[in-house]
Design a protein around this ligand. Sequence first.
Ligand code: AVJ
Length: 323
Amino acid sequence: THPDTDLDVYLHDADRIEALRADVRAGLSASPKWLPPKYFYDARGSELFEEITRLPEYYPTRAEREILTDHAATVARVTGAKTLVELGSGSSEKTRLLLDALRDHGTLGSFVPLDVSAAALHDAVGALRADYPDLHVRGVVADFVNHLEVLPDTGSRLVAFLGGTIGNFTPAERSPFLTTLRAQLSVGEWFLLGADLVKDPAVLVPAYDDAQGVTAEFNRNVLRVLNRELDADFDVDAFTHVALWDARREWIEMRLRAERSMTVHLRALDLTVPFAEGEELRTEVSAKFRRDGLTAELAAAGFTVRHWWTDAGSRFAVALATA
Ligand code: AVJ
């Protein structure tokens, strides 16, 4: 465990490893095989993701930053939030646009970044405290799927869930997530949601299959995580990166394709996993949204969308909804 007095820890290393073991056993025993995307983000994976956000093909980060730059002041005025909670905060880089606007508006008292990574949070909290000396910053180490009930109740909250991470849920997972989040909030509190939009696959697919191969490295990194954490022997170079657009389900799927038949051992799980030549392991779903569909899903969970903003290219949307 990270010995850190700056953080409230709800997700302990023992729970994290137990969840990893259960998820990997379930996913690699299934047909077709799958792994949850949350295990991409070890130190190397987080660095690779930061690199992805700067790629010419990966538009979501820039599009969302454009929206927040244009509308953060409106978010501050409309919500008058005293507490900003950010789910899956990572480096909290774009969040500074919101913090600045809420500070200028004069209502903000505290910021609560919530993330599974204690290391990332520790660094983010340190930097934020230095840059926002009047702000109360408290990091929460938690999993936003399992620990929503630990959101601090300091009143007049704005919960931000940015970056399009909502797309990592399947539709069946989104509904309980949104309903649970809504149940934690009081009427009049706010939810700010960043979502990537359905668009031409000629734009979507390269965003997940860039020319420099950074996304391919990010994808393969999950096998390195399993090798380290579960004493596995994946031959990482024997897997190639696949990104495809599922037009019916309107999501991008990332997969790892076994280029030869092989048997992988995960010694910590006492699990042996055969791969056929050409077999594909699903590592991520990144769903893309339409305004009507997402507004209806939010309404079904008890949220009312008050604002819907897009970037100039209509590639990405930020919705501001009230409980
Ligand atoms: C962090 C989940 C929003 O789905 O676009 C980037 C992760 N995967 N490139 C996304 C990701 C491949 C990203 N999210």
